[in-house]
Write a protein that binds this ligand. Sequence first.
Ligand code: CA
Length: 494
Amino acid sequence: MLAVPERRGKKLSALEDELGSCRGGALTARTMILILCRILYHVGMKSTRSIAQSPSAAILLSWLSLSAWSLFARSLRMRLLSLPCSRCSLCFRRSLRSLFSLCCLGYASIGLAQPVVENQLLTFDEWVEELRAEALSLGIRSETLEALDTLEAPLEKVLEYDNSQPEFVQTFTRYLNLRVTARQVERGQALLDEHADLLAGVQAKYNVQPHYLAAFWAIESNFGSATGGFSVLQALATLAYDPRRAQFFRDQLITALRILDAGHIGAERMTGSWAGAMGQLQFMPSVFFSYGVDGDGDGRIDIWNSLPDIFHSAANFLSQSGWQGDERWGREVILPANFDYSLTGVSERRLLESWRALGIRQVSGAALPVADMEASVILPAGADGPAFLAYGNYRATLAYNPSTFYALTVGHLADRFSGSGPIQRMPINEQAMSLADVRELQELLNLAGFDSGEPDGRVGRQTRSAIRAYQERAQLRMDAYASKALLERLQAER
Ligand SMILES: [Ca+2]
């Protein structure tokens, strides 16, 4: 064992005494500061990775960031939180070291900030080269990255789609009528017959019923006939170069390159929507990567051309999203005259027995079935439109696409494939609200003291919540539905 020189030992002992007198009980605060430093360090590293223009710059900036944050964290941990006092010389040195650390931190921050400005000035070609460097550093082969050579300037058409806002808010009637037609039902039934063996095998493996898989297939790509004609790489590169949601689409683009690198599809056949949703299932690359399945066993996952791969992948996604193969999605119901409409919406879940006790019946007039299932009451067109009880499979559908209209339409189309009739209580004349109408509704709600947020013409959660609060005060049915009638009422009250 090495002997500690006495002089040093004394000094250490003196230091400990001094520290002991200064530190106080700052353990909790110290821990919080350390956690904060760790978060800031990771943010710094992430920024560095995304903005570095070359591997060497990335290494340099990463090192600078790491050093600065480490020094800062250490200084705070060891010195700054030891409360300064007037009687020890150590505090002065502590302050100096902390100041030095903060200077390093500021320097690193300047270093990090500079490339962000430069990144915005990168030409598209320079940006592609920087992307190629990142992809290479992530282990994607250079041969695969030759696909980037075909990228052209950002596609105007993609940006137009991304910027376009419909003039009118979609109504449930229009949404449904565009997707559920007699011809579509007939075609789906024929395809269910044609692929019965394949679908039965998929059902046996994933416990998802064939008529639901056919409904997803119909609505996503019209049974594979409308997959979008865009190059996925070109569409994603356009959206990743655009600064608004650059990181999300950049991540998707890198994942698309990984899919190419794994040999699942060739770049020229990797087609999809303007937003990069791919193949007959319209999977984003990240969804493909997590849920895609090689159903025909040829070693590749091909959701563009292989029906086994398509059905296995869709069923795998649904199964992992909580799909129950022995349950339906939900059903159309009749609400009692005295129904409390504040109970509607997907967040209100109750057992079937509870809804039955409140007087809800099947649309045929029959009592609700007895089953140990939770359900929500969904009103896609307000209190004057149809009402549905939606079960767990409806919620699994929302994982595929978080839209009420989408999930109801998938469920209804599946019912139609199985021989059920149309929705009984569609609104007779559902009037579409224009974006200007919704904006005015939001402004009037705000003026009346119901916070619907910044008027933006979109009926989101906050707007629905404001509508419901207004309806409660006005003793109206609390369906939270943005209707023309409600707008007219608010206009009259002004
Ligand atoms: Ca395959």
